[in-house]
Design a protein around this ligand. Structure first.
Ligand SMILES: Cc1ncc(C[n+]2csc(CCOP(=O)(O)OP(=O)(O)O)c2C)c(N)n1
Length: 768
C-alpha cells in the first residue's frame, strides 16, 4: 500500500525534526459591507422580512424593558405585580440574536444563556414565521381563525405570553414554571435551553450537532454564549470536540463531514463585570480562540453584532457551510449590553458612561429603523405602527401571564423523572448495519463474567437500535481501559463507537445534547473519580433538563462509570461516588453486583428514557455468574434478596454484596445467625419496600457499601429504615463502609481502609 493509500489512523508518527513554521492564518473582521439597500437590490431580503427583523428586535427590547419596569413596580399594566425572577437583560444585543435566528430553519436548533430572553424570543418568532398553517394551528389550538395571517399573529402573541409566563413561574410557561428566565426552552422549535451555568450549554450544543451529523438531518445548531464563557474549561473542551479530525477525515466512515455547529459568541465585552479582552484573556479577540482548535480556524470571523444584517449574513453563510459539511464555524460577535449584569449592578464601577454612549450611538434598532426609512420600506408612521403593535401585544401577553395559574404546589417534584422507555424501536432505527460480526461471548457452564455481561448488553442494544452510540476515552481499537468494548469498533464502525478526547465534562455534556435530539448515547468514564471533572454536566445538565424543561425533553443517556478500589491506585482512582449523584436528583443510579443483574439492568438502562448512571465495580469485572443467552431484562428500581435469612438484614449494593454474602455465610457457620442479604441493585429509584419487608421479618439491619461512610448513601437507607420500620426494630440500624479517609496506596493500609467481612461480623454481633 502506498503511503497516501494508508488510512490516517494507521499512518506512523515518526520523528522528523526538520525545521518549519506554522502559519496560523488570518481572521477577517467586519467583512460584511452590505446594507438594507444593497441586500434588497441583490434580492437577498424582501421588504416584509426586513420589517419582521425590526419587529422581532423591538419585541425583545420591549419585553426586557417591561421586565425592568415591572421589577421596579412602574409598569402600569401590572402595577403592584411582584416579579421575583432574575433580570439579566440583553438590551443592546437584539441585532445579534435576531439576525442569527432569522436565517435558521425549523430543523435547526439553538442553545442559549442566562441572558437568553432575546435568543429565545428571536428563535421562536423566526421559527413561527416559517410555519405552515397546520403547524401554526398547533401553536394556538384553541383558535378559530383560518387565515395564515391571523394564526401567525396569534402564534406570535402566544409565544410572548408563554415566554413571560415562564419568567413569572406560571404553569402556562414554556417550562411550566419549572425553568424560568435562565432555563427557558422550547423544544418544539429546537430551542434546547438557556443555561444558568456559564458555558454549560456549549457541550450540549456540541453534542446535539454531533448527533445531527450522525443522523444526517441537515440541521444546524447555533450555540449562543457570552465572551465570558469562552474562558470556561468545558467550552474550550467543546471547541476541541467539535473540531476533531476524526469527524472530517476518512476515519469518519463513509460520509466524512464536519460537525454542524456555529459557535456564536455574544461578545458584549464583559463577563459579569470583568472584561474579557484586556483583563482575563491573553488574546485581544475572542475569535483567536478558534485558532487553537482547528487548522481552518473554524472559519473564525469577527462580526458587527450591532448590525442585524451583518449577523444575518454571517449565519446564513455558516448555516449553508454547515449543511455542506464545513462546520464548525466560530463567530466573535461584537455587541454590547446597555444594562448591568443584572439590575443590582450599577455598571459605574467598571465602565464609563462615555463608552455606553458610544455603543448606543450604533444601536441595532435605531440604525435599522433609519435604513428602513431610507429605503422607503417604512416611513415614520409605519415604524410607529410596528412599535405600537409590539408594545400592545407584549402588554396583553404580560397581563394575561400575570393572571395565569401558578403550578399546583402538590406538583412540586412532578416531572423529576419520566416513566417512558423504548418498547418498540421505530422502523427507521431498527435496521442496523454490522461491519464485522463479533464472535459470541463464550459461556462455560452458562456463565460469563460481569465485564462480558455488560458488553453483551451494550452490543445487543446497539444491534436493536441504531440510535445507541458508544463513546469514551480509548474505547475504540484498544477496547477501553478495561477491555470491555474490545471488538465493538470493528463491529459497528467509528460512527457509532469512537475514542474521545480526554474531556470528561464534554463526554457527559455531548451525551446530553445528543440525547436531546433523539440519540441514545452510552458513554464511558474510565474511573468514577473523573466524574468530578464532569460535575456540572452530570449534576446540573443531564439530571435537570427533564424537570427544568417542564418535561418537554427526555435525556436518555447511560453514563457508565467504573470504580477502582483495592488495586493500590490511591486517592484519585479508587472512589465510589454514587452518593454525589444521588444527592442531585434527576438521574437514576444503578449499581449491579452480579453478571446476571449487570446485563439485564444495562439493557433496561439503555431502553429507559431517564439519564442513568451505571456504576461498575472493577473488582467484579472478572467475576463469573450465570447469564442466559436468551433475551431478558432486569427491571430498574427493584431490589433482590440474594440470600434469605431471619435474624438480621444486610442491605448492600455493588461490590459490597459479595462481601455481605460472605459475611452471611460466616455468621451462619460461626454463630448460627441467619442473615438475609438484600441487594439494592438500583439506588435511584430505591426499592425501600423490599428492604422494609426484610427488616420487618428480621428486626435488625446493617447497611453496607464500599463508599467512605461519611455522606454515604448507606446513611439515607439507614435513616429511612429507622423512620419507616421503627416499630419492628430490635436494635439501631448500623452502617459499614470505608474509613472516613482517602484511599491509600499501601496495600497494608488499603486492606484496613475498605470494609471487610470482619467489620460486618462485628457490626452484626454488636446488635444481636
Ligand atoms: C459556571 C458559572 N460561574 C459563574 C456564574 C456567575 N455568572 C453569571 S453570568 C456571569 C458572566 C457571564 O459572562 P458572559 O459569558 O460574557 O455572558 P454575559 O453575562 O456577558 O451575557 C457570571 C460570572 C455562573 N452563572 N456560572
Amino acid at each position: 500500500m502506498g503511503e497516501n493509500m494508508t488510512p490516517v489512523y494507521l499512518q506512523d508518527s515518526r520523528p522528523d525534526f526538520a525545521p518549519f513554521e506554522i502559519d496560523c492564518g488570518t481572521i477577517p473582521a467586519f467583512r460584511y459591507r452590505g446594507n438594507l439597500r444593497s441586500e434588497m437590490a441583490e434580492g437577498r431580503i424582501a421588504a416584509s422580512t426586513a420589517i419582521d427583523l425590526l419587529e422581532d428586535m423591538l419585541m425583545i427590547r420591549e419585553m426586557e424593558e417591561m421586565i425592568v419596569t415591572v421589577r421596579s413596580g412602574a409598569y402600569e399594566p401590572l402595577a403592584g405585580f411582584n416579579y421575583r425572577g432574575p433580570t439579566h437583560v440583553s438590551i443592546g444585543q437584539e441585532g445579534a440574536s435576531v439576525g442569527a435566528c432569522s436565517v435558521l430553519i425549523l430543523k435547526d436548533h439553538i442553545t442559549s444563556t442566562h441572558r437568553g430572553h432575546g435568543d429565545s424570543l428571536a428563535r421562536g418568532c423566526c421559527a413561527i414565521r416559517g410555519m405552515s398553517i397546520e403547524q401554526l394551528r398547533k401553536r394556538v389550538p384553541h383558535s378559530t381563525s383560518t387565515t395564515q395571517e391571523e394564526l401567525l399573529e396569534q402564534a406570535l402573541e402566544e409565544h410572548v405570553y408563554r415566554t413571560i409566563a415562564e419568567l413569572f413561574g406560571k404553569e402556562d410557561g414554556y417550562c411550566r414554571g419549572r425553568g424560568g428566565s435562565m432555563h427557558i426552552a422550547d423544544f418544539t422549535v429546537g430551542h434546547l435551553g438557556a443555561n444558568a451555568i456559564v458555558g454549560g450549554g456549549v457541550p450540549i450544543a456540541t453534542g446535539a450537532a454531533m448527533g445531527l451529523r450522525y443522523l444526517h438531518t441537515g440541521g444546524v445548531v447555533c450555540c449562543f454564549a457570552g465572551d465570558g464563557a469562552y474562558c470556561n474549561g468545558v467550552v474550550l473542551e467543546s471547541l476541541n470536540w467539535a473540531a476533531q479530525a476524526q469527524f472530517t477525515n476518512e476515519m469518519a466512515g463513509k460520509h466524512p463531514f464536519g460537525v454542524p455547529i456555529i459557535f456564536f459568541v455574544l461578545n458584549n465585552h464583559y463577563a459579569m463585570t470583568g472584561r474579557s479582552d484586556r483583563e482575563v484573556m491573553g488574546v485581544s479577540h475572542v475569535a483567536q480562540r478558534a485558532v487553537g482548535f482547528a487548522d481552518n480556524r473554524m472559519h473564525a470571523e469577527i462580526i458587527n453584532g450591532m448590525d442585524v444584517l451583518a449577523t444575518r449574513d454571517a449565519v446564513m453563510r455558516a448555516a449553508q457551510g454547515c449543511r455542506e459539511g464545513q462546520g464548525p464555524y466560530f463567530f466573535d460577535v461584537d455587541t454590547y449590553r446597555y444594562f448591568g449584569h443584572s439590575l443590582s449592578d450599577p455598571r459605574n464601577e467598571y465602565r464609563t458612561r462615555d463608552e455606553e454612549a458610544a455603543w448606543k450611538a450604533v444601536d441595532p434598532i435605531l440604525t435599522f429603523q433609519k435604513q428602513l426609512e431610507d429605503c422607503k420600506v417604512l416611513d415614520e408612521q409605519g415604524i410607529a405602527a410596528v412599535v405600537k403593535r409590539v408594545r400592545d401585544r407584549n402588554a396583553r401577553a404580560a397581563v394575561r401571564a400575570a393572571q395565569a395559574a401558578d403550578p399546583p404546589p402538590a406538583d412540586v417534584i412532578k416531572y423529576m423523572y419520566t416513566d417512558t422507555f423504548v418498547d418498540k424501536v421505530p422502523a427507521e432505527f431498527a435496521k442496523v448495519e454490522v461491519l464485522e460480526p463479533l464472535a459470541p461471548i463464550k459461556r462455560a457452564n452458562g456463565e460469563i463474567t460481569y465485564r462480558d455481561a455488560i458488553k453483551e448488553a451494550v452490543i445487543e442494544e446497539m444491534l436493536r437500535d441504531s440510535r445507541v452510540i458508544f463513546y469514551g476515552e480509548d474505547v475504540a481499537e484498544y477496547g477501553g481501559a478495561f477491555k470491555l468494548s474490545k471488538g465493538m469498533l470493528e463491529m459497528f464502525g467509528r460512527e457509532r463507537v469512537f475514542n474521545t478526547p480526554i474531556s470528561e465534562a464534554c463526554i457527559c455534556g455531548t451525551a446530553v445534547g445528543a440525547a436531546m435530539i433523539g440519540l441514545r448515547p452510552v458513554v464511558e468514564l474510565m474511573y468514577m473519580d473523573f466524574l468530578l471533572m464532569a460535575g456540572d454536566q452530570v449534576g446540573n445538565q443531564a439530571s435537570k433538563w427533564h424537570y427544568m424543561s417542564g418535561a418537554q425533553v427526555e435525556v436518555p443517556m447511560v453514563l457508565r462509570v467504573s470504580v477502582g478500589a483495592g488495586k493500590g491506585y490511591g486517592g484519585q482512582h479508587s472512589q465510589t461516588l454514587e452518593s454525589e449523584v444521588v444527592h442531585v436528583p434527576g438521574m437514576y443510579v444503578i449499581y449491579p453486583s452480579t453478571a446476571y443483574d449487570a446485563k439485564g439492568l444495562m439493557k433496561s438502562a439503555i431502553r429507559d428514557n431517564n439519564p442513568i448512571m451505571f456504576v461498575e465495580s472493577q473488582g467484579l469485572y472478572n467475576e463469573k455468574g450465570p447469564v442466559p443467552d436468551k433475551e431478558y431484562l432486569v427491571p430498574i428500581g427493584v431490589a433482590d434478596v440474594k440470600r434469605e435469612g431471619s435474624d438480621v438484614t444486610l442491605v448492600a449494593y455493588g461490590p459490597a454484596v459479595p462481601l455481605a454474602l460472605k459475611s452471611a455465610g460466616r455468621l451462619q457457620a460461626e454463630s448460627g445467625v441467619s442473615a438475609e442479604v438484600v441487594d439494592l441493585r438500583t439506588l435511584v429509584p430505591l426499592d425501600l419496600e423490599t428492604v422494609l419487608m426484610s427488616v420487618q421479618k428480621t428486626g435488625r439491619c446493617v447497611v453496607i457499601s464500599q463508599a467512605v461512610s461519611m455522606g454515604s448513601f448507606t446513611g439515607e437507607v439507614a435513616s429511612r429504615v429507622q423512620q419507616e420500620a421503627f416499630d419492628y426494630l430490635d436494635a439501631p440500624v448500623l452502617r459499614v463502609g470505608a474509613k472516613n479517609g482517602i484511599a491509600p496506596q499501601s496495600h497494608v493500609l488499603e486492606a484496613v481502609f475498605y470494609p471487610r467481612v470482619e467489620d460486618i461480623l462485628a457490626a452484626v454481633k454488636s446488635i444481636m
